[in-house]
Structures are given as structure tokens and as C-alpha cells.
Design a protein around this ligand. Structure first.
Ligand SMILES: Nc1ncnc2c1ncn2[C@@H]1O[C@H](COP(=O)(O)OP(=O)(O)OP(=O)(O)O)[C@@H](O)[C@H]1O
Length: 609
């Protein structure tokens, strides 16, 4: 970290360290509350802001940990440190169970389910006698370190803020790493992640557990700071308040967690002071005030306060100029099969969507080291065929053999990890990630660093290897000098080329490209053709769908032609070009509107619509 950011960080650390010296007891207690809330919000920034999963139940995890340590230290008389282990274990187990049950839910159902379990856990606290029912648990012992009691809120202050600092550093390290790139790609959908060999559900579950863990740490700190727990601070209303903090600070920024917690809690305290002076209905008006703040934020500042700061700094400081990352040992490469051996065999592939037969009994083979083009008019079934052979969509019947093994029915990410990398007709890049990060994501399946190693920066050797690989692939496509720019700033055609670099970072045996030349200018197409020929010379096999006939005819060794879901013919480009059926169906010569080939009905008689 250099320049203004390092200075700013040093200033923040200095302010946090010196604050208790100048603040009174009330100020220190408020900062303690802010620190504890910031930990919960940090989890929400990761889970909701970065990962895209909204949770209305985070306060329940705070409660589980707070009650766990309260119960163990008061009724069982264990030390708060044992309470910490117990609290975190219980929180993680609860998050694992809830996550396994709910995280597969899509759309609005996931947030709804978080309300459901948030409510039930909070209700549980108020109804279990051993947990003090609605009165809660009091006389919780203070934490002590090396015999020094942290009973004084000023002493607890340092523990809380050191933990907040560690949490922010851990989260920052995670996001700047292999698992972090997968987390940041969650919003791109499961298919994108599976195409680089990652399991989106596992990534989301891990993230959910991390967010719950942070809430658990906050719960433990809460219990031993306030020395008293009762159900209300852990109900859904509290969860909504944490969400409000995340939105106010900026859901996309780690620093937004601290800023958001500070803004909301300072505002809450101010309202609590001021409103009773104005009206007797202060409590109700406080809720109205927060509702208004929420609505205003959603209308005018979805990026929160830190969103404004980021926009302001982006306008003033250009992104750091891209320079090659320090080269480590290159990532291990997979062996390529001998040129000419059978690499891929599609046999009698059928895909039905209700009554529509998108792929109808198609068989073809691809040998190692060749470039095969899959062509056909719009709607012929080419992209569907790609989805079938990459495992992106399940086949109705038929089989796919890849590298001598039957891969039909295997998950997309498993096939990807065996060496089949793909690009998409509708580009799947993460626009808010840099070019370098987008390409580095491609190497996910070749590397292993987990979340803990990344958070503790034990992954630096592998991370350097991944970045060097990504840089190399960017150089290959001529975009290395723009490595630090955001992928969303590229024109669509160039984004397609960036997808190829991402696929190459997976070190593929077979590269499956869906319309890579669409949107490229003439010169860019020439460069793409050169790159693909170079890859073929290196032994990479390529299967390509492309509408630009001139481009594809010059590039490929063989063509497979599809029409109305069926295979029309296959052969060398010249023979295919001369084929009258192909001319009629595809090349537009004789026939204006394509007609289904005889005997190949587009609809299956009697099939369900
Ligand atoms: N998920 C789906 N549900 C229903 N129908 C689908 C689905 N995906 C594709 N189809 C249909 O299957 C047929 C083949 O589509 P596909 O996208 O594979 O064709 P294509 O040859 O790739 O076309 P293009 O060149 O226009 O991309 C089309 O009629 C399409 O509408």
C-alpha cells in the first residue's frame, strides 16, 4: 500500500488509538457499540454487498454467540475465552445448518428465509428458561487478558477495535485472493463460476459462515462488554438496523462497515437525545427517521457514503499503471493428448425444451490439435450443443466422451476442471473487477488456496503464480497495459477476447468458444485468428461457434454444420462450402427462409409443450 492510502490508514489508526484519551465515558461506550456493530456489518458487506445474498437474520448469529458465552460463563462458570470458543462453534454450526437448508433458494426466497430463521432464533432466546427467558442473563463476567481485567469499557475499547482491525484486514486479504475472486464473481451466477471450476454453492456457503463468524465474534464482545444479554438486541429489527448500516456506509466497501455503523449509531443516539425534548412520541419518531434515511439512501446513495468517496477519488487519482506482477514459478501445466488422437466424441446428443427439440441426435468427434467450427443458422442449436458438451445444461439423451472418459451427467465444474474451458455467447465477465482479476479467476480450478490461508496471507506464493499467469494471458491478447482497468470499461468485442484469456488461464486441453469474433473490427479479427492458430500450434484443441463465415472458413480444419437442431453435414471447409444443402440452409444462396430438412421434424409429436 502506497501514498495517500497508507497515510489515510495511519491517520485512522492514530485517531482510533487516541480516541479514549480525549473522549468521556459516553463517547467510549458509543465507540465500543460502533466497533461491535461494525464487525457484524463487515460480514454483511461481504455477504450482501460483495456476494449478493441479502440477510435479515444477522442479529440472530450475534445473539447465538452472546447467549452461548453468557450461559457458559454464568451458569457453568467457564472463562470468557472458553466462552469464545463455544460461542463461535455454536454460531458456525448454526450457520452451516441454516446455510445448507436455505442458500440454494433463489431470488426473493433467500431474504425471506433469513427473516424466518432470524425471527425463530430471536423468539427462542425469549422462551428458553435456561437462557433467562425475556429477562435474559446478567452478571456476565468481564474478559481478562494475562490476569488484567477488561471490566472498564476503556480497556474493552482496545480489544474491540483490535478485533475490528483484524477483521477488516482478514476480509481485505480474502477479497484480494483466489477465494475472494470467486466470492466477487458470485453475482455473475453459478454458470460463470462453474466454467472456471468453482462451486458457487460452496463459495456462498463459506461466505455465509464467514459473515456469521464475524457476527459471532461481535456477539461475544457484546456479552462481555455489556455484561448482560436479553432477546431484543438480537431480533429482526436489529438485523434490519445492521443492513441499514451496511447500506449507509456502502455495501461494496469494507470501510463502509465502520463508517455505516458509526453514522447510524451516532444518528440513533442523537435522535434519542433530541426527540424527547420535542415530543413525547420520540420512540415512534425515531423509527420513522430511520425509515426515511433508508428510503433516501436507496433513492440517492445506493453506494453509501463510501460510494461517494470512491467516486470522488476515482475522478482524481488515475488507476495505478499496470506493471507485470512479480514472476514466481509458473503454475503446473496439464499434459496435452497426442495430436490426432480422439479428444471429444459427442454421440446421439438430444436436448428437448418441452416440445422443442433444440439438439436432435447429433454426433461428431474432435481430434486433439485441430480447430473445428460448429456452424448453422440462428437457432440451429449450436449454443445448446456447447451447453451440453460443457455440462452447462443436462442432456435429454446421448453421451459425451472427453479425454477417453464419459463425462455426460458430470457437473459443469468437474468437466471444466478436466481441461474444457469455454467462453459464452452472452459475455460473462465481472464488470467491476479488473481485467487482471477477471483473467485470474480462470485459474481457479488449477489452484488451491482456501479462505483461511488467503485471509492470513499464507497464499502469497500461489497468488503470485496466479497473477503472473493472468498477466501472461493478458499479454497474449494484447491487453496487459490495461490490466488494472475495470472489465466493464471495455467494448463488448474486446470483452469477448478477455473471456478467451480467462479460459486460457485454466490451461485448457479443449477451448470451446461461442462466437468469439462477434463485435470485433477487421484487424481485431485478424489478431484473434492469429492467436487461435498459435494456440493450435501449441497443441490446444479448439471448438468454435462463429457466424462470420469468412473468418471461420479461413481458420478451421473441419466444420460441423447444424440446422434445425440436427447435424446437416461435416467436413473440410471447402467441401462444406460447396455442399448445396449447406448453401440452401445456411449460406443464404438459394433459399431465403430455411426449411427443416426432410424427416427431421422440429417438434416432437405428442411431446409436452
Ligand atoms: N433454455 C431454453 N429454453 C427453451 N428454448 C431454448 C432454450 N435455449 C435455447 N432454446 C431454443 O433452442 C433453439 C436453439 O437455440 P440455440 O441458442 O442453441 O441456437 P444457436 O444455433 O446457438 O443460435 P444463435 O446462432 O442465434 O445463437 C432455439 O429455438 C432456442 O430458442
Amino acid at each position: 500500500m502506497k501514498g495517500p492510502r497508507a497515510l489515510l490508514l495511519a491517520a485512522v489508526v492514530a485517531v482510533v488509538a487516541l480516541a479514549p484519551a480525549v473522549l468521556g465515558n459516553f463517547g467510549v461506550s458509543l465507540l465500543n457499540d460502533i466497533g461491535i456493530a461494525a464487525l457484524v456489518v463487515l460480514g454483511l458487506v461481504l455477504l450482501t454487498g460483495v456476494g449478493g445474498a441479502t440477510s435479515f437474520g444477522q442479529a440472530a448469529f450475534v445473539g447465538i454467540a452472546a447467549y452461548a458465552t453468557a450461559w457458559l460463563t454464568t451458569t457453568q462458570h467457564y472463562s470468557p475465552w472458553v466462552g469464545l470458543l463455544f460461542a463461535l462453534l455454536l454460531t458456525v454450526v448454526a450457520a452451516l445448518a441454516i446455510g445448507l437448508l436455505t442458500l440454494r433458494l433463489g431470488g426473493h426466497f433467500l431474504p425471506l428465509s433469513t427473516i424466518a430463521w432470524g425471527l425463530s432464533i430471536a423468539m427462542l432466546f425469549g422462551n428458553v428458561e435456561a437462557l433467562g427467558s425475556h429477562t435474559g442473563i446478567s452478571k456476565i463476567p468481564p474478559v481478562s487478558i494475562a490476569g488484567i481485567s477488561l471490566e472498564d469499557p476503556r480497556a474493552m475499547y482496545y480489544l474491540i477495535w483490535v478485533v475490528v482491525g483484524l477483521g477488516v484486514v482478514f476480509a481485505y486479504n480474502v477479497l484480494e485472493s483466489r477465494p475472494g475472486r470467486a466470492i466477487r464473481s458470485l453475482r455473475g451466477g453459478g454458470i460463470l463460476l462453474a466454467s472456471v471450476g468453482a462451486d458457487a454453492f460452496r463459495v456462498r456457503l463459506t461466505l455465509f459462515i464467514v459473515a456469521a463468524f464475524l457476527a459471532g465474534v461481535a456477539g461475544w464482545l457484546y456479552a462481555h462488554t455489556n455484561r448482560f444479554v436479553s432477546p431484543s438486541p438480537f431480533d429482526v429489527r436489529a438485523s434490519i438496523e445492521y443492513l441499514l448500516m451496511a447500506v449507509a456506509g456502502g455495501l461494496g466497501q469494507l470501510s463502509g462497515a465502520v463508517v455505516g455503523a458509526a453514522v447510524v449509531l451516532v444518528m440513533k443516539n442523537s435522535l434519542q437525545d433530541v426527540l424527547p425534548l420535542v415530543t413525547q412520541r420520540g420512540g415512534e419518531l425515531e423509527a420513522v427517521g430511520f425509515a426515511l434515511l433508508f428510503i433516501l439512501l436507496l433513492h440517492y446513495a445506493r453506494g453509501g457514503l463510501m460510494g461517494f468517496v470512491t467516486r470522488w477519488t476515482r475522478g482524481r487519482f488515475a488507476p495505478a499503471k499496470a506493471s507485470a506482477p512479480p514472476a514466481g514459478a509458473p503454475l503446473p501445466r496439464r499434459p496435452l493428448p497426442a495430436r490426432g488422437t480422439r479428444l471429444l466424441a459427442v454421440r446421439n446428443a438430444v436436448k428437448r425444451f418441452g416440445g422443442l427439440v433444440a439438439v436432435n441426435d447429433v454426433s461428431f468427434e474432435v481430434a486433439a490439435g485441430e480447430i473445428v467450427g460448429l456452424i448453422g443458422p440462428n437457432g440451429a442449436g449450436k449454443s445448446t450443443m456447447f451447453n451440453l458438451l460443457t455440462g452447462t445444461a443436462p442432456m435429454t439423451s446421448g453421451s459425451v466422451e472427453f479425454l477417453g472418459e464419459n463425462v455426460s451427467g458430470l457437473q459443469q465444474r468437474v468437466i471444466a476442471n478436466r481441461g474444457m474451458a469455454r467462453t459464452f455467447q452472452h459475455v460473462k465477465l465481472r464488470p467491476h473487477m479488473t481485467l487482471l482479476d477477471n483473467v485470474a479467476l480462470g485459474a481457479h480450478g488449477r489452484t488451491h488456496a482456501g479462505l483461511l490461508a488467503a485471509g492470513l496471507r499464507l497464499d502469497r506464493r500461489e497468488e503470485a503464480q496466479i497473477l503472473a499467469e493472468a498477466w501472461h494471458q493478458l499479454e497474449r491478447i494484447g491487453l496487459a497495459d490495461r490490466a488494472n482497468e475495470l472489465a466493464g470499461s471495455l467494448p463488448l468485442g474486446t470483452q469477448r477476447i478477455l473471456e478467451i484469456a480467462r479460459a486460457l488461464a485454466a490451461d485448457p486441453v479443449l477451448l470451446v468458444l461461442d462466437e468469439p469474433a462477434a463485435g470485433l473490427r477487421r484487424k481485431e479479427k485478424q489478431e484473434l485468428g492469429e492467436l487461435l492458430r498459435k494456440l493450435r500450434a501449441e497443441g490446444v484443441t479448439i471448438l468454435i461457434v462463429e457466424h462470420d463465415m469468412d473468418f471461420v472458413m479461413k481458420l478451421v480444419d473441419r466444420l460441423v454444420v447444424m440446422n434445425f437442431g440436427s447435424k446437416l453435414t461435416e467436413g473440410a471447409p471447402a467441401a462444406v462450402r460447396a455442399n448445396p444443402d449447406v448453401q440452401a440452409a445456411y449460406l443464404g444462396g438459394a433459399v431465403a427462409a430455411p426449411v427443416p430438412p426432410s424427416g427431421e421434424p422440429r417438434k416432437v409429436a405428442g411431446a409436452a409443450a
